[in-house]
Unconditional design. Structure first.
Lengths: 343, 506
């Protein structure tokens, strides 16, 4: 009898729960729709096919980083070195490419494919350092990747020594700034990353482990999941995504230099969190990241279309991010309270 | 100083509780309890888990504020509205889990929250250190007050916490399981200090499962059972056996819930040894533990809370790494570096806290499949197989509601425990380690779990049940090891066992 009663009580509150459970997904989507309506009315140049393609291109570099970051945040960890690793990898690939005579860098020209291999090896290595520091040594990821942020900046500084490099291998150039059937290639790369990321997280064993480790790390360990391996893999995946974003970004911007990606750390984290992926891990996914990317892309792009103080733009972005964080933590608190009451 | 030494006039007790009753949501925890604590006495308090000792002490310490009955201190009626009130009235408590600050010095710990200040408003370090030194010395504790607290052995840390409680002006001091983490010499030091405290006219309530300790330090002993105060008796002329009898009761009514009856243990000496531990040691928790488990037997490991059995169970599953000793599973030596290796070696583990092995926000089937995902799929998930495996377990274990897609958090505790077991049932492990498998469950759910575990045993699985509840061990085990302060002190095999004999050994 008691079992029967308790199960029906849960049934009654389920519909109410559903809305609250979905708040994480509904709030970012509603924000996106509102922003799109607002900018469409405020500026006639906003709602055009051309501009949509613009937005897609603009969010591509951030987006590729955000895919990797989604893995890490789903585990309940953070990676602050994404932009720094992107910058370093972009510079490494340029460093191994033949530059024009006026570029005053003591670089080492190699065949294009080898330069790309070296660049990938560099970001894998940096990711491995993050992984070993976090899992084997036990440094909190927040601090470990903060150190990596500096290390990446240091590598950039050493390789270019204040100069600017322009050339990257042809393949990188094509993917970063070329067009395929009139469509920006970098946006196609982003879409490919989003699809692969989503398939990995939702349909593979590794993806399940990511969600379980993020949802309850202790329980994952007591179920025999190799938690450290999963965390380490997430950090390496994130570094590789960042590295590829960095290479394509260099091609996209047309130059490789220090501090080129400085704004991208915040954007990448914001995209994941604004989309509704839980900062505490275990909830969210690539779908959320897509919405978060669109919110950020529409906001950045839209603010350019309306007459607004460019300094105010920064503040508005900050406020939107704050609002997203409040929703994120608020939703988490509802769940925690429910769980405590269920005890 | 004079106020502290005043002894209440005549026979007025230091503390009197009259007709105290307390219930939690319809469950009665205390029933009409009359309790008296005299000035300058050490009063031992015994009873099984859930007998009402803790509830009683929490009322005295102002933690539980809603209760029936009257409480008098020195003949004056009081009703505390908070733990702060109780503290102000001179009631101090030293918990089993010490609340010391390991990174502060001994002196700072003694004066925590009320450091003496200089005229300039800064902390008077010199004054604080010398005062701490003298106060500790007056209790017979000789420690340099500048020592970092965390560097001291547990016994000393506890004494310093006790000192803090005394110097904060406590006249009634409640000690909860003070000896569980102490070695025999440390216990002796504690007792010497307590005798000094008693001589100063303060009253001590000494709660413990260790009956020998109770008998050697107390002046008076009170026994609780099922929320009632059974008896209060001077310590002269009573012994351990008498206490155990009072604790578990011999009346007809109690017989059903407490296994006073003899249980015949039938071990299987012919079955192959599946897991053998040799000289395992882990930090302060346990040392030199050796035992083996055979296929088709349930080995019970019993010990009081904090006796090292929890850590031992975690070591078997690779969560903790033993400092010394060896473990062989299925005849092969194994060094388990993490839980994944333990799982692959054929060990399954259900920890005492369900929360630490279940995913409350995930559906039942994902909870069941997580520990066997590697066997179901290499790369791509196969949700259909996951669901069908889960459905099979949901059906055979009678999990309610009977659907594999329900979110785990929506299940009752007993059903959650069944899901926790189900995780390990698809591909049979060699050894199943269960820590407190029936804790906090209602009778029906307990019976279900007992049935499931017995069935697994009959199918040839080696099962280790670790528990601090005698009933759990007695209802399941074919062979029982008793742990006491980190060591195995007694084995019950091929004989009859009863609850009093089990308690006697621990």
């Amino acid at each position: 009898m008691t079992v029967q009663q308790s199960s029906s009580a849960h049934g009654a509150s389920r519909s109410g729960n559903f809305l609250r459970n979905q708040m994480r997904n509904i709030a970012p989507f509603a924000t996106l729709i509102l922003l799109m309506i607002f900018f469409s009315i405020a500026s006639p140049s906003f709602a055009t096919i051309d501009n949509a393609s613009n937005i897609l291109t603009q969010i591509s570099v951030t987006g590729i980083m955000a895919v990797g970051l989604t893995f890490v945040i789903l585990c309940g960890e953070i990676d602050l070195s994404v932009a720094s690793i992107a910058n370093a990898t972009g510079i490494v690939v340029a460093f191994f490419t033949l530059q024009e005579a006026y570029v005053n860098i003591a670089n080492v020209p190699l065949p294009g494919w080898l330069a790309i291999v070296f660049a990938l090896a560099a970001c894998v290595a940096l990711g491995l350092v993050n992984a070993v520091g976090t899992t084997v040594i036990g440094i909190p990821s927040f601090i470990m990747t903060l150190a990596m942020m500096q290390i990446g900046a240091g590598i950039c500084a050493l390789l270019v020594r204040g100069q600017i490099a322009y050339n990257v291998p042809d393949l990188v150039m094509t993917l970063g700034s070329g067009r395929v059937f009139g469509f920006p290639a970098i946006a196609l790369v982003l879409i490919a990353f989003l699809i692969v990321g989503h398939l990995t997280l939702s349909y593979t064993r590794f993806g399940r482990y990511i969600y379980m480790v993020g949802g309850n790390r202790e329980a994952a360990e007591y179920s025999g999941v190799n938690v450290k391996l999963v965390l380490g893999a997430a950090l390496v995946i994130c570094a590789v995504c960042s590295g590829i974003a960095g290479m394509l970004g260099v091609a996209h911007f047309g130059s490789a230099q220090q501090n080129e990606f400085d704004g991208y750390l915040l954007d990448a984290i914001a995209a994941v969190v604004v989309g509704g992926t839980s900062l505490f891990g275990g909830r969210g996914g690539i779908g959320n990241t897509i919405v978060g990317l669109c919110v950020l892309g529409v906001l950045n792009n839209g603010l350019d279309h309306i007459q607004i103080d460019s300094f105010l733009k920064i503040l508005i972005r900050g406020l939107i991010l704050l609002a997203a964080l409040i929703v994120n933590v608020y939703v988490q608190n509802i769940r925690t309270v429910e769980r405590a009451e269920g005890a | 100083m004079t106020s502290e030494t005043t002894v209440p006039s005549g026979d007025t007790p230091r503390l009197q509780m009259l007709g105290i009753s307390k219930s939690f949501g319809g469950v009665t925890a205390l029933r009409d309890v009359d309790f008296t604590l005299r000035a300058g006495e050490i009063h031992g308090l015994v009873g099984e888990n859930g007998a009402g000792k803790s509830t009683m002490m929490k009322i005295i310490a102002g933690v539980h504020t809603g209760y029936e009955g009257k409480m008098l201190i020195d003949g004056q009626e009081v009703h505390f509205r908070s733990a702060r009130d109780a503290l102000a009235a001179g009631i101090g408590m030293v918990h089993q889990e010490l609340s010391i600050m390991p990174d502060l010095s001994v002196g700072e710990n003694v004066f925590l929250g009320k450091q003496p200040l200089t005229a300039a408003g800064t902390v008077d370090w010199r004054g604080m250190m010398s005062a701490a030194h003298e106060q500790l010395k007056s209790l017979g504790i000789d420690v340099d007050p500048k020592t970092r607290m965390g560097d001291l052995p547990i016994g000393l840390q506890q004494l310093i916490e006790l000192a803090r409680v005394i110097f904060s002006g406590a006249r009634i001091i409640i000690l909860d399981e003070p000896t569980s983490a102490l070695s025999p010499p440390e216990v002796q030091v504690l007792f010497d200090v307590l005798k000094g405290v008693r001589a100063s006219g303060r009253s001590i309530v000494f709660i413990s499962h260790f009956l020998d300790d109770i008998l050697s330090i107390s002046d008076t002993v009170t026994v609780f059972r099922n929320g009632r105060l059974v008896v209060t008796h001077g310590v002269e002329g009573i012994d351990k056996g008498w206490l155990i009898e009072k604790m578990i009761g011999t009346g007809h009514q109690d017989l059903e819930e407490s296994y006073t009856g003899n249980i015949a243990l039938a071990s299987r000496p012919d079955a192959p040894v599946v897991l053998a531990a040799e000289g395992l040691s882990y930090g302060r928790a346990y040392s030199d533990v050796s035992f083996d488990v055979r296929a088709g037997e349930i080995l019970g490991i019993y010990g009081f809370m904090g006796c090292g059995q929890i850590e031992l169970a975690r070591t078997l599953f690779g969560k903790l790494k033993a400092d010394r000793g060896t473990l062989s599973i299925g005849g092969r030596m194994r060094r388990l570096r993490n839980t994944t290796q333990a799982r692959e070696a054929g060990i399954a583990f259900v920890p005492e806290n369900r929360r630490s092995m279940l995913f409350y926000e995930q559906p039942v089937y994902k909870n069941v499949s997580i520990s066997i995902l590697g066997r179901i799929s290499r790369l791509w998930l196969k949700p259909k197989i996951e669901r069908s495996i889960a459905r099979k377990h949901v059906e055979s274990l009678h999990i309610r509601p009977p659907r594999a897609e329900v979110q785990l958090g929506a299940l009752s505790g007993g059903n959650q425990q069944k899901v926790a077991l189900a995780k390990w049932l698809t591909h049979r492990p060699k050894v199943l380690v269960l820590s407190e498998p029936t804790r906090g469950m209602d009778v029906g759910a307990k019976d279900d779990v007992v049935k499931i575990v017995r069935q697994l045993r009959d199918e040839g699985l080696a099962v280790i049940v670790v528990s601090a509840e005698p009933e759990t061990v007695l209802s399941l085990a074919d062979r029982v090891l008793v742990m006491k302060k980190g060591r195995i002190v007694r084995e019950f095999a091929n004989e009859t066992i009863s609850k009093d004999r089990l308690l006697e050994a621990a």
